[in-house]
Design a protein around this ligand. Structure first.
Ligand code: ZN
Length: 167
């Protein structure tokens, strides 16, 4: 059991509750599978990963993460309005959905849908939780070795390591 600690290249499975500055629950894993992430590979916000380092199964961690170590500070021009039909194929016009867009210099930038109204959506380069102080309540439920495939991909393939996904 000695190696069951959250260190680089381990897959760590956590249940969590994420609250915003007002104490409202923004997201939680309870009621679904635990979140599995590959430790040391920037799969989760840095402020949380840092606190989980060296922790073990059953440990409970409460951590407040500043925006700089969370989803970043808000930047850019703010939400831009586009037509629903200009969304990339397969992207549902739902608040919280994200997709990659090509910027003018050819790099890919993530965009989040922040508002939907009739046939228009507003997209923003800021993560919906950018600029927010995050309050995490985390319990580690499982730690296992990563599979060679997970290490190659740089992320976890679910709690068991057997989950398929899109690449
Ligand atoms: Zn993968």
């Amino acid at each position: 059991m000695a190696d069951e600690t959250a260190t680089k290249d381990k897959v760590v499975c956590i249940h969590y509750v994420l609250r915003d500055e007002e104490g409202n629950v923004s997201d939680t894993s309870y009621g679904r599978d635990p979140l599995a992430y590959l430790h040391g590979h920037d799969n989760i916000v840095s402020g949380l990963e840092k606190e989980l380092e060296g922790k073990t199964v059953g440990d409970h961690v409460q951590v407040t993460v500043a925006p700089e170590e969370g989803y970043g500070l808000r930047s850019g021009p703010g939400p831009q309005r586009i037509r629903v039909r200009d969304l990339p194929r397969g992207v549902e016009p739902l608040v919280g959905n994200s997709f990659a867009a090509q910027s003018s210099d050819g790099t890919e930038v993530p965009l989040w849908i922040v508002r939907v109204e009739n046939n228009k959506v507003w997209v923003d380069t800021n993560h919906p939780l950018a600029g927010t102080t995050l309050d995490f309540d985390v319990t580690i439920v499982r730690i296992r070795d990563a599979t060679p495939e997970e290490l190659q991909h740089g992320h976890a393939h679910g709690v068991s390591g057997m989950h398929g996904h899109q690449h």
